[in-house]
Design a protein. Sequence first.
Length: 95
Amino acid sequence: MWEGLIIGGLLASIASVGIIAAIHKKIGITGIDINKPNQPTIPESGGIALLIPTWAIILILNSQYYNPDFFKFGFLVTLFAFVGWVDDLTKKKKF
């Protein structure tokens, strides 16, 4: 069971990040990669896509081993993802 959950979570993460990155690039949610010499434009807010596999794993684990801490962890991860998403979408002043 654990192997399937880990591999499934990994594949779902790769797929969801790829899909969200493509959508964000298409609608213009992008930023400049300051760590590369040519500073290419890359999609932002890709981490929000990790909520889908995170919650799927939480629901699967909770169906097997009921523990309210799974949901506490999920809400905490969702809160951090929301804060990061707001940070990515908020335009900052450059000094």
